[in-house]
Design a protein around this ligand. Sequence first.
Ligand code: HEM
Length: 467
Amino acid sequence: MLRLPPGSRQPAFLQTLHMRDPVRYFETLRRRYGPVFRMKLLGFPPQVVVSTAELAAEIYRMDGDGNRAGALRAGYVPWVGQHSLLTNDGEEWWRHRKLLSPTLHGRSIANYPELIAEIAAKDIGTWPLGRPFTLREHMQAITLEVILRLVFGVRDTEQGARLRAGLIDLSKATGSAALFLTPARLRAWAQRSPLAMRLPFLPTTRAAQAVETVDHILFAEIARRRAEEDADADDVLGRLLRARDDQGRPLSDQEIRDELLTLLEAGLETTATGLSWTFERLMRNPRVLARLQEEVEQGEDDTYLDAVVKEALRSRPVIFGMGRLLDKPLRVGGFEVPAGWVAIPMFSLILQDRAVYPDAGEFRPERFLGEGAKAAQKSFLPFGGGRRYCVGAQLATLEMKIITREVLRHVHLAPADPAPEAQRMWHATLIPGKQVVAVARKQPPKRRAPVQEAKCPVHPALSDDAG
Ligand code: HEM
C-alpha cells in the first residue's frame, strides 16, 4: 500500500506564509516529522523534502530516468530561452551539458586566476575606508565583471561597453522583486499582450525590453566573433563557438545566446552571495579570520582558504534546495512518493545534519581538514548533486577563493554591527539580511621575517668572517 511521508495538514496558503523564514520553517518540520516530510505550497505540485545526504542520493539515483529539474525552473527564468541548460530536460539538456561542461572546467579555467585577482583588486581600490559600506554590492560588481570578461569575452571596445551596460540592466530588470512577485500566469499573459507591453512601468515590460536590447547586441557580437574565427579565444563564448557535439554539429547562434544568459542567470548572484556570506562569517569569527590571514600572508598554500570557502557554503548555503519533478513514483526513506510530485533535497537541512557536522551552528573550517574531512565532504551538497550538479561549481569555488584572498591582502574588515546577519529569502537563494555591512581599514604593513644576512652560497663560513 502507498505510504506517503508525514507532513503538515495546514492549508497551502498558511504553509506558504511560513516561507518568510524558510530555514526555520524547514527545521521545525524536520523536528516534527523526521528526515522525510511532505509540504504543500501555493502554485507548486505537492512536495516531499529530504534532510540527509543519503536520502538525497535516493532522489539523485533517478536523475537518469524520470527526474525533471528543468521543467520546474522554466517558469521562473523565461528570458534564458528554450535551449538553456537550466530549463531543459532529456536529450536536449544532455547534449548541451556535454558541450558546456568542458568550457567551465580544468584547463579551460586554468588561466583565469590572474584576471579574477586583477578585477577584484581594481574594485577593492574603490572601497571607502573607515566607514560602513555594504560589501554585497561590491561582490556583485566584481562577479559581474568576472562573468563579462571570462564568459562573454567583453573587451574594452564600444561594443563591449554597450553589452556591459545591457547586461547590468538585464540583471536588474529580471532580478527585480516586483517581477518575482508577479504570479507566473499573469507574467506570461503580460509578456504576450501587446497592450501590457506598451506600459513601460510594468516589471514584465522592463524585463522584455532589457532582453531585447541585450539580444540585439549579443547576436551582433556572436556574428562578429564567428567571423573572427579566433582559435585561441579562451573565454566561454569563444569555446562555445568552437564546440561540436557527438555528431560534429556546432551550436546555433540562438543556442549560444541562451547558454550565455543561462550562465549569467545561474552564476552571478549565486557567487556574489556565496562571497558575501564568506565575509559575513569571517568577520564574526576572529580566530578563523586570523588563521586565514596568516596563510594569505605566507602566500604558499591555500588549504585553509579552501576549507573556509567550503565552511561558508555549508553554514550559509546560497540555494536552500533544488527539486526534481517526478515522472515516475519514487521510493525514499521507506515512503512512496507518487509521480507528479516534487522531490527536494533540502541543502539547508542536509548541511546542518548534526550526525555529520557536530556543532553544526559553529563556523569551523577545520571540519573540512584532517580526519573528519571525508565524512564532511560526503554530505557537502551546496552545489546540488546527481546529473544536474552545478556545472559552474569549479569556477564558483575558484572565484570565491581568489576574491577572498585578494580582499584579505588589501584590507582588514570588521562588522559594523557584531550581531550575525539573518538569512533572508531572495528568489531561490538565501541572502544576508543587511547585505553585509562592514568597515574596511587598510591592511597594516605585513610583518616581515627577520632579514637573513646574505651569505656566500659556496663558502658560508667565509661570509661570516667578512667585514
Ligand atoms: C556559489 C555559487 C554557486 C552555487 C551555490 C550554485 C549552486 C547550484 C545548484 C544548487 C544547482 C542545482 C543543482 C541540482 O539541481 O542538483 C546549480 C545548477 C547550475 N549552476 Fe550553479 N551555483 C553557483 C555558481 C554557478 C556558476 C558560477 C555558474 C556558471 C557560470 C553556474 C551555473 C549553473 C548551471 C548552468 C546550472 C544548471 C545545471 C543543470 O541543470 O544541468 N553556477 N547551481
